[in-house]
Ligand binder design. Structure first.
Ligand code: COI
Length: 350
């Protein structure tokens, strides 16, 4: 791989003030698609792209992305968590958005080269990691609506802390009963740009009402729980951990899958099925709703301490992080950071 190293290294941010998505490292990886094939990837100094105003992505949004994390343990060993799964999912998103398929092994090797080059940017403090953001967009300069013939794939990355401003403090979610994020047959299970744009109004509304995020329901019946947009959602009802079954309107989260596998392997009862808001309200009212938490690469395992539905607010588990949520957070982050032995084959050493 051709690497052009920067001669203007940036100053690294203070590890206590990382937040999420604010800092980008010194380099980026770029690979273009033209004439029916991908060119060789290249690593170059991080810099803005020059974009023609008529570029398709700016008008019709044919774009997808992924999110994954790299870690550095105390001995300096660099690892990534399930990176192949992210590129496999990126290909599924590409198919839905009529974009070209990636060679998974090739982009995986390219991502490893990128992370190795940026290894000084990987923070080691508790709760921090190096977030890797692969993305792809249509670069055709043309205003007709059609799938393009030219694409740019790129990877950027940067050090991150907790996704939510209050770290691991339980978040508050607002069950959105008017707007919808996706529908059956839509793009909800693709990691495409438009899903996130469409969800902003719910997030703004939630913020105005004092909540952190909107929890989306299905578009047809406005009855069944889907996901939060930046994370999948889980409910502990009685002794069972329940999460909505995947569909074309729910993103197949890699952290969701990891959480289910960890729980199953350790003897917890899990169910993937339809969950109605009415069931959640009934469980809250009879005391069997013990915990709610979200899962995501950025969100990791995020406890939810309160939720609102139609002007009413409900406190879950005393507004504190529940036992299963805490257990999962410990197991997952332990495996990710190498403190707990990975018996699942998820951690890749670079
Ligand atoms: C992730 O968890 O990596 C995501 O992509 C969610 C969000 C930051 C958009």
């Amino acid at each position: 791989m051709k690497i052009t190293a920067t001669n203007a290294k940036k100053t690294k941010p203070d590890v206590d003030k990382l937040g999420f998505g604010k800092y980008m490292s010194d380099h980026m990886l770029v690979m273009d698609y033209a004439g029916g094939k991908w060119n060789e990837p290249e690593i170059v100094p991080y810099a803005p792209f020059e974009i023609d105003p008529a570029t398709q992505i700016l008008h019709y949004g044919q774009g997808i992305f992924e999110g994954m994390k790299a870690y550095k343990n105390k001995d300096g060993k660099v690892t990534m968590f399930r990176p192949r799964d992210n590129f496999v999912r990126m290909n599924a998103s590409a198919e839905r958005l009529c974009m070209p398929q990636l060679d998974v092994e090739k982009v995986l090797a390219a991502a490893f080269d990128f992370v190795r080059l940026e290894k000084d940017w990987i923070p080691q403090a508790e709760g921090t990691s190096f977030y890797v953001r692969p993305a792809m967009f249509c670069s055709d300069v043309y205003l007709g609506v059609k799938a393009g013939a030219n694409y740019r794939f790129f990877i950027i990355g940067g050090p991150v802390g907790a996704y939510y401003a209050n770290g691991l403090a339980p978040t508050k979610i607002f069950i959105e009963d008017f707007y919808t994020r996706s529908s059956i047959g839509g793009t909800g299970n693709a990691k495409c740009l438009g899903n996130y744009a469409a969800s902003l109004i719910g997030q703004e509304k939630a913020h105005k009402l004092g909540y952190d995020q909107a929890l989306w329901m299905d578009a047809k019946d406005k009855k069944y729980i889907e996901e939060v947009g930046s994370m999948n959602i889980f409910f502990v009802i009685g002794d069972t951990v329940v999460t909505p079954a995947l569909s074309t309107s729910i993103l197949a989260g890699i952290t969701r899958d990891s959480a289910l596998k960890i729980l199953k392997k350790n003897g917890y009862k899990t169910e993937e099925r339809k969950i109605s808001v009415d069931e959640i309200l009934a469980a809250q009212n009879d005391g069997s709703l013990k915990e709610i938490f979200g899962t995501g690469t950025a969100a990791v395992i995020s406890p939810v301490g309160e939720f609102a539905y139609k002007d009413k607010n409900y406190i879950v588990g005393g507004g504190k992080m529940g036992k299963i949520t805490e257990y999962l957070y410990g197991e997952l982050t332990g495996i990710q950071t190498g403190k707990i032995k990975d018996t699942y084959g998820w951690v890749v050493e670079l």
